[in-house]
Design a protein around this ligand. Structure first.
Ligand SMILES: Cc1cc2nc3c(=O)[nH]c(=O)nc-3n(C[C@H](O)[C@H](O)[C@H](O)COP(=O)(O)OP(=O)(O)OC[C@H]3O[C@@H](n4cnc5c(N)ncnc54)[C@H](O)[C@@H]3O)c2cc1C
Ligand SMILES: NC(=O)c1ccc[n+]([C@@H]2O[C@H](COP(=O)([O-])OP(=O)(O)OC[C@H]3O[C@@H](n4cnc5c(N)ncnc54)[C@H](OP(=O)(O)O)[C@@H]3O)[C@@H](O)[C@H]2O)c1
Ligand SMILES: Cc1cc2nc3c(=O)[nH]c(=O)nc-3n(C[C@H](O)[C@H](O)[C@H](O)COP(=O)(O)O)c2cc1C
Length: 579
């Protein structure tokens, strides 16, 4: 067996190259020893650990494993919630792929392991070699913070970074591929990687994805809230006829929107352009108007655009805010202000079409929790979407994707979609187990799917839905379906919390507390607890209520309640789809 060579064109620093030489030499002698003692060479185990909320990191982890296998490695893919800290500490080779959630937080499935590894009592990891791929989004202040935190902590604990961390923005695929290309040979035989299909060929990869979306039509666009409601929530159905596509209750559907032509026209005018200016976009000449409509995020200003506006306008307030680094003040300043507001506020900046476009980010898809069961509706997929509309700075503002679907699409418009599987957000395999679903507002979406799924599977387990919204008379969405499911026995328990029907706000967590004893009992029976909807306030308050209920009705200390909940999380019996 030959000691592997590091390819000259591999993107390693000199230090990495020097270290790798030793690493591979050590590995060579270790493998020879194994070969001599066992008369065969064991495949090198590579632990691929993912922290993932909506499945991107999990899918990259699986891609990494497929490539590792083709290089004679023995990959073990695990969610971070499937690993004990003492097992982690003994791993020799770790590849971590993690997203960041909330405001610079760990994804749910990584939180417990992170709490343990970041504690003072965490074990040393001198024998570990690792590399990290961080998934994130540069529009968040804490870009890729979870990946950075893991990187810093593993180094502190003595682990050796095999390859520099790569931080990916929303278009993560190319960087992820290049990370895999670089890191796998370091763990294998040093030869450059050709990415090849896994053993099962291309079939185990989704046929349609962000770069190759499925083109379909919206076959139903129905208002769910009443005409006189203070909000607008809609039910959409997309055709899957003839696509060969299928999905599971709990998955998300991504929609690639287009910008509103009126907003495009206003921006073009504010720039002092005609809209006909031809500019290169992805290697193709395109008019400014067309590019702004189909290729760029034009609603919320990027950091780069803000800086340029501050620079060109010389505005003291904006420059002061950017220089101070005070994120809270800047967020407050930007609240409700979009790109057009800024262009109108600072006229005469003389930004050319090309300069303006260079300061924008590519138009992104939006994710939506699917509100139908693929078993009940194999030829369509349903969404429950709140249209984002608000008044600010003297203008009507509209969310890009929610109002693209609501206003701009008709039955003949081709809409681009693709699925994101979410393997952790699933009804239990055991149909006899009870489930508790907390989903106020659009958070009801996956639970409509879960109830359909339980119905079609003839699941005997009890189903408890906690739903809430502003006013019962106008916002009790899917009321007829919910009542029908109560009548046919699928929905065994229902609690409603309409926040604005009385002086004092009533929220789903108030209903939880009222029925705390029964809720604890369901958990003791092996029940699962699901939460969907707002991440910033609702999900945090529901989490607090769950802790309190377990403490009070399980007669536990707060530490014991935390342990109880960690156990639920580990068993994937407390899972969230929050945004
Ligand atoms: C996994 C996942 C599942 C999701 N599921 C659903 C779902 O089932 N249903 C659903 O409706 N949404 C869901 N969302 C949210 C969805 O992806 C979009 O974020 C949402 O539709 C808004 O997108 P938009 O393009 O219409 O708005 P954008 O153009 O992206 O604008 C939204 C932005 O507008 C600003 N804004 C919004 N309201 C106000 C206001 N009142 N005042 C000032 N500024 C404001 C905020 O900056 C906000 O971030 C989900 C998100 C994720 C990540
Ligand atoms: N992170 C985000 O940007 C984010 C998160 C969630 C939703 N949204 C967007 O907001 C729009 C509407 O969303 P939605 O229909 O899902 O929900 P929503 O309208 O925001 O709220 C649904 C219900 O939840 C209540 N609620 C508010 N604060 C709560 C808390 N701390 N705990 C429990 N319940 C609480 C609301 O009451 P009151 O309003 O009366 O207080 C209302 O009754 C959508 O466009 C969605 O995309 C954005
Ligand atoms: C509600 C929400 C919060 C997010 N917060 C951050 C953040 O603070 N920092 C960041 O870099 N990315 C953030 N992201 C972006 C995700 O990390 C990114 O979409 C990633 O690809 C998700 O990967 P996953 O599917 O494996 O969880 C956030 C995304 C959502 C929907």
């Amino acid at each position: 067996m030959k000691t592997p060579k590091i390819p000259q064109n591999a993107p390693y620093s000199d230090t990495q190259r020097a270290w790798l030489g030793g690493f591979f030499a050590g590995m060579h002698s270790h493998m020879l020893q194994s070969a001599n003692s066992a008369n065969k060479v064991d495949a090198r185990i590579v632990n691929i650990l993912y922290g993932s909320q909506t499945g991107n990191s999990e899918s990259v982890a699986n891609d990494t494993a497929a490539v590792a296998k083709t290089h004679g490695l023995s990959p073990v893919v695990k969610g971070m919630d499937e690993i004990e800290i003492d097992v982690l500490a003994k791993m020799e080779n770790i590849l971590i792929i993690t997203s960041t959630y909330g405001e610079g937080e760990m994804p749910d499935n990584a939180q417990l392991l992170w709490d343990q590894i970041s504690a003072d009592s965490a074990p040393r990891m001198e024998n570990t070699h690792y590399s990290i791929l961080a998934l994130g989004d540069t529009s968040y202040d804490e870009f890729c913070k979870a990946g950075m935190d893991w990187d810093n902590r593993l180094t502190e604990l003595g682990a050796k970074r095999l390859y520099d961390r790569i931080d990916c923005d929303v278009d993560f695929e190319d960087l992820a591929e290049s990370w895999i290309r670089s890191v796998i040979p370091m763990m294998a035989d040093g030869e450059p990687v050709t990415l090849v299909a896994s053993e099962n060929g291309e079939n185990d990869k989704p046929k349609y994805n962000r770069k190759n979306p499925f083109l379909t039509n919206i076959i139903c666009n129905r208002l769910l809230t009443a005409e006189n409601s203070s909000k607008e929530t809609r039910h959409f159905e997309f055709s899957l006829q003839g696509s060969g596509l299928s999905y599971e209750a709990g998955d998300a559907l991504n929609v690639i929107p287009q910008n509103c032509p009126d907003l495009v026209a206003d921006i073009v005018q504010a720039l002092g352009c005609t809209g006909d200016e031809d500019e290169p976009v992805n290697g193709e000449l395109m008019s400014l108007s067309e590019a702004l409509r189909t290729h760029f995020e034009i609603k919320l200003p990027t950091k780069e655009l803000l800086k340029e506006i501050a620079n060109r306008s010389g505005d003291q307030e904006l420059n002061g805010l950017l220089e101070s680094g005070d994120k809270n003040k800047l967020t407050k300043y930007l609240f409700g202000r979009d790109t057009l507001d800024l262009l109108l506020q600072f006229p005469g900046m003389e930004l050319s079409a090309a300069e303006f476009m260079a300061l924008l980010k590519p138009l992104q898809h939006r994710a939506y929790s699917i509100s139908s069961s693929g078993k009940m509706y194999p030829d369509s997929v349903h969404l429950t979407v709140a249209s984002v509309r608000y008044q600010s700075h003297g203008r009507n503002h509209k969310g890009v994707c929610s109002t693209y679907m609501a206003d701009l699409v008709n039955e003949n418009t081709e809409v681009k979609i693709f699925f994101s599987p979410n393997n952790t957000f699933r009804v239990p395999e055991d149909d006899s187990l009870p489930i508790i679903m907390v989903g106020p507002g659009t958070g009801i979406a996956p639970f409509r799917a879960f109830l359909q799924e339980r119905e079609i599977r003839k699941a005997t387990g009890k189903n408890w839905l906690l739903f809430g919204d502003r006013n019962a008379a106008t916002d009790y969405i899917y009321q007829d379906e919910i009542e029908a499911m109560q009548a046919n026995g699928v929905l065994t328990h229902l609690d409603l919390a309409f926040s604005r029907d009385q002086q004092e706000k009533i929220y789903v967590q108030d209903r939880m507390r009222e029925k705390g004893a029964e809720m604890f009992d369901w958990l003791e029976q092996g029940g699962s607890f699901y939460v969907c909807g707002d991440a910033n306030y609702m999900a945090k308050d529901v989490d607090k209520a769950l802790h309190d209920i377990i403490e009070q009705h399980g007669q536990k200390t707060s530490e014991q309640a935390v342990d109880y909940i960690n156990h639920l999380k580990k068993e994937k019996r407390y899972v969230r789809d929050v945004y």
